[in-house]
Design a protein around this ligand. Sequence first.
Ligand code: SF4
Ligand code: SF4
Length: 101
Amino acid sequence: MPHVVTENCYSCRFTDCVSRCPVKCFHIDALRVYIDPDVCVDCGACIPACPVKAIYDVIDMPEDKENWITKNRIRSKALPVVTEKQSSLQTAAARRMQLGF
Ligand code: SF4
Ligand code: SF4
């Protein structure tokens, strides 16, 4: 099952996840990233890399986050691919504290 980025990614963009991915499945906008489910090879390497637990394997996904499956599919197709770690947003540290990580 593909992996999916959920709401905790907003305002972070630490992009540690991107640097672990063996294929080009992460796509980026001004505030967050999305995974292209047609490119993801389900290796799971991105999950422990995310400091705010934003990424789930679809098979382990809580029901209240299932809307992110479609959002990742649609948004990833519309956004540029990103393959290298980016500078985190200025809001990243505050966002991480707000989320309790
Ligand atoms: S590490 Fe987590 S929060 Fe940061 S960009 Fe990747 S998925 Fe989003
Ligand atoms: S599970 Fe693997 S292939 Fe899929 S997004 Fe994460 S690191 Fe990339």
